[in-house]
Design a protein around this ligand. Structure first.
Ligand code: RIB
Ligand code: CA
Length: 332
C-alpha cells in the first residue's frame, strides 16, 4: 500500500464517494439528504438548491433545517435558480405541502446558505475537489444546465450525473412526463447533451421503493429525533386522484437515487438511447428507445438527438428500503 494512503484505504474500508446533491427540498429530497449525510460510503461534499417542489427560499430553508437535524451543518448549501429556463415557476404543494416539508416543524439552522450563487459555488467546489465528484440531481435540472452552459470545463471533474428524473414508462406530472424533467425540459435536454456519463433513476424504479405504514408509525414514535423525522416524512400522505382522500404511499422517493450509488447491484439497468421531448403534450417526456432495432428513424432522418443513458429499469425494492432505513436510523 502506498505510504500516506488515506486511512480508509489502509483499513480496507472503501474510500467514501464524493457526492453533490442538487435538491428542491421537498419531502423526499429531505429523505435523500438524511441518507447522504449518514451513509459511511458517501462523502456529502455540498448541496445546491433550485426551485421546484417549493419556491427557492423555502427550498433553501428546508435544506438547511434538514442538514441541521442530522448534524450536517458543515455541509455547504448554495442557492440557485428561482425558476426554470423557459417554463414559469410552479410548485408541487399538492404533494409536499405549502412549505415543501409537509408542515413538519424543524428547528432553524444556525447558519445561512453560501454567499455565492449555485453556479459559481458548484464550479469552484467541483473543480477544487481532489477527485471526480458524482453529481446527484433530485430536482428540475436548471442549476446544472446553467452550470454546464456557463462553465463546461466542470465536466472534467464530474464522474457522472445520477439523476432522479424521467420515466421509460408512465409519467406523474403528465401521462408521459416526470415532474423534474417536465418542470424544466430544456434544462434536462442540456444535461443530456453534456457528454457526462448519465444514470437515470426514473419513475420506473422511484415509485417501487416504499416503507410499510406500521414501520413509518414506529419511527414517528422513536426517541431518536432523526428516526422520528424520517417517520414523519415517510408517513406524509398525498391527495388521491380526485383530491378527496389522503393516501399513504410510504415512498422514499429521491432517497432511492442516492441509495443506488452505494448499492448499484440492487438495480437492473440498461444503456439505452434517451431523448427529451420539448413540444406538444409530450413536452418533458424522456423517450427511452427500448426497440431491438432502430426502425424507421434510421431511414427518415429521425435518428439524431438520442443520448446513451444508463437507465434503471428494475429494483430490489425491499433491499433498497432496508438499506435506507438501516442507514438513517443507525447512522455512523
Ligand atoms: O417526480 C418526482 C420528483 O419530483 C422528486 O424529485 C420529487 O422531489 C419532485 O422533485
Ligand atoms: Ca426532488
Amino acid at each position: 500500500m502506498a505510504i500516506g494512503a488515506p486511512a480508509a484505504l489502509r483499513q480496507n474500508v472503501p474510500v467514501p464517494i464524493p457526492v453533490i446533491l442538487d435538491v428542491d427540498t421537498g419531502v423526499d429530497d429531505a429523505l435523500a439528504l438524511l441518507f447522504a449525510a449518514s451513509h459511511p460510503e458517501l462523502d456529502l461534499v455540498a448541496v445546491s438548491c433550485v426551485a421546484g417542489n417549493a419556491s427557492l427560499p423555502l427550498v433553501v430553508d428546508n435544506t438547511l433545517r434538514v442538514l441541521h437535524a442530522v448534524g450536517a451543518d458543515h455541509v455547504p448549501v448554495a442557492a440557485g435558480a428561482q425558476r426554470p429556463l423557459i417554463e414559469p415557476a410552479r410548485d408541487a404543494g399538492h404533494v409536499h405541502g405549502g412549505d415543501g416539508l409537509a408542515g413538519i416543524q424543524l428547528p432553524p439552522a444556525e447558519r445561512a446558505a453560501e454567499p455565492e450563487v449555485a453556479v459559481e459555488f458548484l464550479r469552484r467546489t467541483i473543480l477544487a475537489h481532489p477527485e471526480p465528484v458524482t453529481l446527484v440531481t433530485l430536482a428540475p435540472q436548471t442549476n446544472i444546465a446553467l452550470l454546464l452552459r456557463t462553465y463546461p470545463e466542470v465536466t472534467e471533474n464530474i464522474a457522472r450525473v445520477v439523476f432522479m428524473g424521467g420515466a421509460a414508462g408512465a409519467g406523474n406530472a403528465t401521462a408521459v412526463a416526470e415532474f423534474n424533467v417536465w418542470h424544466d425540459p430544456e434544462a434536462a435536454a442540456i444535461v443530456l447533451d453534456s457528454g457526462v456519463p448519465l444514470y437515470m433513476y426514473g419513475l420506473d424504479v422511484f415509485e417501487r421503493v416504499s416503507v410499510p405504514q406500521e414501520v413509518a408509525l414506529e419511527l414517528v414514535a422513536s426517541a431518536d429525533p432523526v428516526s422520528s423525522l424520517v417517520g414523519q416524512l415517510v408517513n406524509h400522505r398525498i391527495r388521491d386522484r380526485d383530491g378527496a382522500e389522503s393516501v399513504y404511499l410510504g415512498h422514499i422517493g429521491d432517497a432511492g437515487a442516492v441509495c443506488s450509488i452505494v448499492a448499484p447491484d440492487a438495480l437492473r439497468t440498461e444503456h439505452l438511447p434517451v431523448r427529451v421531448e420539448l413540444a406538444g403534450y409530450g413536452r418533458g417526456q424522456t423517450i427511452v428507445d427500448r426497440r431491438q432495432f432502430p426502425g424507421e428513424d434510421l431511414f427518415h432522418g429521425l435518428a439524431d438527438g438520442w443520448v446513451d443513458v444508463e437507465v434503471a429499469l428494475e429494483i430490489d425494492d425491499e433491499r433498497i428500503a432496508n438499506l435506507f432505513l438501516d442507514t438513517v436510523t443507525k447512522r455512523r
